[in-house]
Structure formats: C-alpha cells, structure tokens
Design a protein around this ligand. Structure first.
Ligand SMILES: *[C@@H]1O[C@H](CO)[C@@H](O)[C@H](O)[C@H]1NC(C)=O
Ligand SMILES: *[C@@H]1O[C@H](CO)[C@@H](O)[C@H](O)[C@H]1NC(C)=O
Ligand SMILES: *[C@@H]1O[C@H](CO)[C@@H](O)[C@H](O)[C@H]1NC(C)=O
Length: 396
C-alpha cells in the first residue's frame, strides 16, 4: 500500500512524506467510519433538537408561532415537545401520520380552539399535555382516535364545560387533570366511559355545589371506592359551602334534589339542564346548628323541626324547596285522613242528629197524643173518685 504509492528514493524525505500521508488517510478513515455510523444527515425539523437516539424531539422555547416541518420528524421518535412557544392555532391535519408518537407536550402555548379530530391518527399516543393554554371550549370529537391515551393534562385553561362524548374513546385513561379551569359543574355521563381512571385533578375551579353536581359527586364516590384518587374539589357556591371540599359534604345534603326532581316530573333532566338546578341552599337552612357535618344527618328529619329552621338568611325559595316536599306532602296526607275521619264522624253525627230529630218528633207526637188522651183518663179517674166519694158519702 504505502510502499507502492511512494516509490523508494534516496533523499531521506520519504519517511516524513509517508508519515503525513498516513495521518491523512487515518483521519479520512475516521471520517468514513463516522459517516458510516451516522447515516446521511439524520433528519430533524430545523429549530428542534433531536436526542441522539432520535426518540425525543424537543422544539421547546423556540418562540414558534407555527409548527416546525413535522414531515422531517425521525421515524423512531416517540416524544414531541412543543412547550413554551407561541402556538395559537393548529390545522386539522397538523398531526397526521404521526402514529408512532407516544408523547405530545403542547403546554405553555396560546392554543384556543382546537379542531375536532386533530389527534385522530395518534393511536399510539399515551401522554397528551395541553397545560396552560387558552382552551375555552372543546369540540366533542377532539380526542377521537386516542384509544391508547393514559394521561391527559388540560389544567390551566379557560374551560367551562366538559361536553358529553368528549372522553368517550379514552378507555385507557388513568390520569386526568382539569385543575385551574372555569368549571362550575360536571356531568356524570361525560365521565362514565373512563373505566380505568385512577387519578383526577379538579382543584382551582369555581365549583357550584348544588343539585347539578349531585350525580357527579356520586360518580366520584364510586371512583374513590374503586381506589381512585381525586384532589380537592372546593365549593365556591353556595356561599355557606364556600371553601368546603365537596368530598366531605354528606350526600344527604343533596337529598332535596331528589325531591325537586320528583316535583319537576322526576326524569332527572331538570336538574341536568340547570332549570331544576335547585337553589343553593345555605347551610343555615340545611344545617341549623351550622357546626359539623356530623350534625347534618339531622337534615333529613326535616319534618320534625320544619318550622324552627326556616329563618336565618336562607333564601325563601330554598326553604320552600327544602321543606315543601316532605312536610307539605305529609300535611296533605294528614289533611286527607283527617278529612275522611271528619267526614265519617260528620255523617255519623248527621245520622245521629237525624235519628234524634225523628225520635224527638215521634216522641213529641206520642206525647201529644198521650196528652190528648190523658185529660179523658183524668176525668174518668175524677169521675171514679167522685163516684167513690159519692159511694163513700152514700155509705156514710
Ligand atoms: C401521510 O402519509 C401518506 C403516505 O404515507 C401521504 O400520502 C400523506 O400525504 C401524508 N399526509 C400528511 C398530512 O403528511
Ligand atoms: C404502536 O405501538 C405498537 C405497540 O407498541 C407497535 O407495535 C406499533 O408499531 C406502533 N405503531 C406505530 C405506527 O408506531
Ligand atoms: C403559561 O404560559 C405563559 C405563556 O407561555 C407563560 O408566560 C406563563 O408563565 C405560563 N404560566 C405557568 C403557570 O406556567
């Protein structure tokens, strides 16, 4: 090799020449080796950093207001991080063909309304983070196709509802955060598909602990019973429950909702639609002693002390809703029974009175007839006496 390229000469220089050639060819070889090890320019979308194994593509904090060219995403990539950018909207096909991704982090952006079906191709996604964006409403098809999703972070947005059907496909979801939104209430039916949910974050929302939340509270209790976890869910309304964790509010305090439903036709739709939402009963109405939840079980025996607790600052509607059902219904029952008894007694009294009248008139008639006869009998007697006297006198 080297001897052939450098024919022997008598100058004494060849050794140094062959030494530089050697160094050059060695470095060439190293370059060749490097080139062989790192295949031609492994693609990475321009402003992003791809990890050495290409599994993580980090595009965070680049001030991006649109997505990087995702068709350049390495085939093997599993995580795509787009945090701390300025993304405000996304095209409906933005994440098409990214079925190999397992993690997508979009936190700390300005995303507001995302198109339905945005993630429909991401069947391998297990972790989706939308923390700290500007979401206010969600298309009910938004999470379509996310059948593998295990963790969904929607915290710190402006969400005010969780639409029915939104979570239907998330059968594998184990962790869900809705903390830090503007949620007042949640519908039980929206959460029922989450058969594998283990952890639910609901803190920092303006919860209204009235009838609209009752069914959800039941579902939550079932989740806790299954061994799931729910973080603090503090009531903002009604005033008297402010700051109290709804997990600690005894379910008996929602009994009046059932009675409201009964009155509204009993379908239960009333309470959902909000029309039968029920007055946010103040605690002074619900719990006159106002002390511990332990004393709340006296609430059910409302008819016992119906009158005495009505006062305070409880809204009159509330008191009515609270007490009308049991006490008034019982009162009506009492009135009906009392009416029937009274009626029977009255009829008997009338009958007795009529009998008495008839008897009295009969007696009067009889007496009159007797009196009519009596004078004759008296005369007769008198005659007799007279006769006797006459007889006596005559004897004398
Ligand atoms: C997805 O991939 C298919 C073929 O693999 C291609 O025809 C299509 O244009 C791609 N769509 C997008 C949005 O990249
Ligand atoms: C999705 O995940 C499954 C199981 O981990 C794997 O076999 C499949 O190849 C993945 N699909 C894609 C498109 O990467
Ligand atoms: C939310 O995102 C904005 C904008 O990216 C950022 O300035 C802010 O610090 C973030 N807040 C939190 C709590 O992460």
């Amino acid at each position: 090799m080297l001897p052939h390229t450098h024919p022997p000469g008598g100058t004494g220089l060849p050794p140094t020449n062959s030494a530089t050639d050697l160094a050059r060819s060695v470095s060439l070889c190293v370059l060749c080796l490097l080139a062989a090890l790192l295949p031609p320019a492994s693609p990475c979308p321009p402003p992003c950093l791809c990890s050495s194994d290409d599994l993580v593509v980090d595009c965070g904090g680049r001030g991006l207001s649109s997505l990087p060219p995702l068709h350049l995403l390495p085939q093997r990539s599993r995580s795509l991080l787009l945090t701390n950018n300025k993304l405000a909207s996304l095209d409906a096909y933005a994440f098409a063909n990214l079925s190999s991704l397992e993690e997508l982090d979009l936190s700390n952006n300005y995303l507001d309304n995302l198109p339905g079906g945005l993630f429909r191709d991401m069947s391998n996604l297990t972790r989706l983070t939308l923390h700290n964006n500007s979401l206010t409403v969600m298309d009910r098809e938004l999470f379509q196709g996310l059948g593998s999703l295990q963790s969904l972070d929607l915290s710190l947005n402006g969400l005010s509802t969780v639409p029915l059907g939104l979570l239907d496909e998330l059968q594998k979801l184990r962790w869900l955060s809705l903390a830090g939104n503007r949620l007042h209430g949640l519908e039980r039916a929206a959460f029922e598909p989450l058969a594998n949910l283990q952890h639910l974050e609901l803190g920092h929302n303006p919860w209204e602990c009235d009838c609209n939340l009752r069914d959800f509270k039941h579902w939550m209790e079932w989740l806790l019973y299954r061994g799931g976890k729910v973080d603090a869910m503090e009531c903002t309304l009604p005033k008297d429950l402010r700051g109290r964790d709804i997990r600690g509010v005894p379910v008996e305090m929602f009994n009046y909702c059932l009675q409201l439903e009964d009155e509204n036709g009993g379908v239960g739709e009333g309470s959902r639609s909000g029309q039968g939402g029920g007055p946010p009963c103040s605690r002074s109405a619900l719990n006159p002693s106002g002390s511990t939840p332990a004393s709340d079980n006296s609430v059910d025996g409302s008819s016992a002390g119906g009158g005495r607790e009505g006062g305070g600052d409880a809204p009159p509607d509330c008191v009515r809703a609270r007490y009308r059902p049991v006490s008034v219904r019982r009162a009506i029952g009492t009135v009906v029974i009392a009416g029937v008894v009274c009626g029977i007694v009255c009829i008997m009294m009338v009958a007795a009175a009529a009998y008495g009248c008839i008897y009295a008139s009969l007696m009067a008639k009889y007496q009159r007839e007797l009196k009519k006869r009596q004078p004759l009998m008296g005369d007769g007697e008198a005659d007799g006496e007279d006769r006797e006297e006459k007889q006596i006198s005559s004897v004398a």
